[in-house]
Design a binder for this molecule. Structure first.
Ligand code: PA5
Length: 449
């Protein structure tokens, strides 16, 4: 089975040959922190062994639940936010037809997978309710705490809709709860109502949870082969154990991005040449940003979709402030290729490309961009993946997870907590008048104009 590969050959004008080797001692220390549990946040590193050490009975139950959803629902509403949402969304887009959600039921061969609870937009929920219409649907509510505002509001709305449509008992058989194994509001409700429930393991933080039921149930319901996804992740788990920087490409990536960061390249753009990978970049942005943005430091994770954004961000990347580095995830073999047709008039001057394929042009665009950006002072790294299938995706996600874990330790922070995400919630609860937050609310209101 083809593996992914990391290409650092375009860094030679930015990094001296000795610099990688000089990171080896730090990488050894970071590896020790990660794998031997000597680093901060060690209690959240169970994702490291998830591809081999997972609950096989639950995995079988996930597949069965996915089959049931496929048999009785035209729509699955997946409710969650942040780490309880982005992995599934990224994977479903990555693996399926570019117009998966718009395909007919017959073509899709799986329910439409629609997401809710990932914003507080009433217009979005209104439109989603309309889109579901009178079609049969189920709900997978995903929340570790069960009290996150966005998914909790959405869950109330879609639960009420289910009860109206199917009655209280019918609704219960269409709600799948993915949550803590014993604590929290959602677990309590799932137990008392008898929802089928799945576990977000204690030692796996939200942004590292895509290979648990958090990601696996929606991904399987969309028709993907989750055995292959785990197989790819397993291959990566085996591949990235050697701390030797000349061998471990995930650690190379972690080391190079930190060398570049210390030279002033403070923003990393994750780039793709496939529109179905836009959400993959969103998943990566949470993984990197929530892991590394701490103690007033950290690489700022951003993204760009090419060639689309070459016509918008391209100017800045080429000639703006020299603080950007790029990591391209490049697909070697497209899902489909299309031949450029011939046209007698040749008014567009494209006749020299007739008979060539679009992927040939896409690849040349990639090569041209790398050369131009390197000339313009932007370091470019490339992660090559053979194709957009389950194996490659599992492999790729694990590659980034292990790289970001090590990268965080290289930068001296705890990669596995997220204290900063609480600040807005506390303020919002204060302003909303949530019981227990009245004093904060009073103080905030006094500061408002
Ligand atoms: O990574 C994280 O911790 C966050 O993105 C959470 O996953 C997100 O806030 C959702 O939390 P919960 O699963 O408790 O609803």
């Amino acid at each position: 089975m083809a593996h992914i590969s990391f290409d650092s050959s375009n860094l030679s004008t930015f990094i001296q040959p000795n610099e990688l080797g000089e990171m080896q001692a730090m990488v050894n220390a970071a590896d020790d922190q990660l794998r031997n549990g000597t680093g901060a946040g060690a209690e959240y590193t169970d994702w490291l062994h998830l591809p081999t050490d997972y609950d096989k009975d639950e995995f079988a139950r996930i597949k069965k639940a996915a089959q049931k959803i496929q048999s009785d629902s035209k729509v699955l509403v997946v409710i969650g936010i942040g780490g309880s949402y982005l992995g599934a969304r990224a994977a479903i887009d990555f693996l399926n037809n570019a117009f998966f959600q718009a395909q007919t039921d017959e073509d899709r061969k799986a329910p439409q997978i629609l997401f809710a609870g990932n914003s507080i937009s009433s217009s979005y929920v209104h439109d989603l309710v309309q889109l579901i219409g009178d079609r049969d649907f189920s709900v997978n509510v995903i929340s570790k705490s069960g009290t996150t505002t966005e998914p909790s509001i959405a869950f109330r709305i879609f639960k009420e809709m289910l009860v109206k449509k199917y009655g209280a008992d019918g609704a219960k058989s269409r709600i799948y709860a993915t949550t803590d194994k014993e604590r929290g509001a959602l677990k309590t409700e799932a137990n008392s109502e008898g929802y089928e429930s799945f576990v977000i393991p204690d030692g796996v933080g939200g942004r590292f949870s895509v290979l648990t039921a958090v990601g696996l149930l929606p991904i399987a319901a969309a028709g993907a082969d989750i055995d292959k996804l785990m197989e790819g992740a397993r291959a990566a788990e085996n591949e990235y154990v050697d701390t030797d920087l000349s061998k471990n490409e995930a650690y190379q990536y972690a080391a190079y991005r930190n060398i570049l960061y210390r030279k002033g390249y403070e923003t990393e753009l994750l780039e793709n040449y496939e529109p179905t990978m836009t959400m993959f970049a969103e998943w990566w942005k949470q993984l990197a940003g929530e892991s590394e943005g701490k103690d007033q430091k950290g690489i700022y994770p951003s993204s760009a979709n090419f060639s689309t954004d070459l016509h918008s961000l391209g100017q800045y990347i080429q000639e703006g402030r020299r603080t950007l580095m790029e990591t391209v995830v490049k697909v070697q073999e497209p899902k489909h290729d299309v031949v450029i047709p011939s046209e007698d008039s040749n008014l567009d001057g494209l006749e020299y490309l007739q008979g060539k394929t679009m992927d040939y042009v896409n690849d040349k665009a990639y090569q041209a961009v790398v050369l131009a950006h390197v000339d313009g002072g932007v370091p470019v790294m490339t992660v090559n993946i053979p194709k957009q299938d389950e194996f490659s995706l599992g492999y790729l996600m694990y590659f980034f997870e292990v790289a970001i874990g090590v990268s965080g330790y290289l930068n001296g922070i705890n990669p596995f907590n997220q204290p900063g995400v609480e600040a807005y919630k506390t303020n919002m609860f204060g302003l909303l008048g949530k019981p227990g937050f009245e004093e904060i609310g009073k103080e905030l209101k006094s500061r408002q104009k």
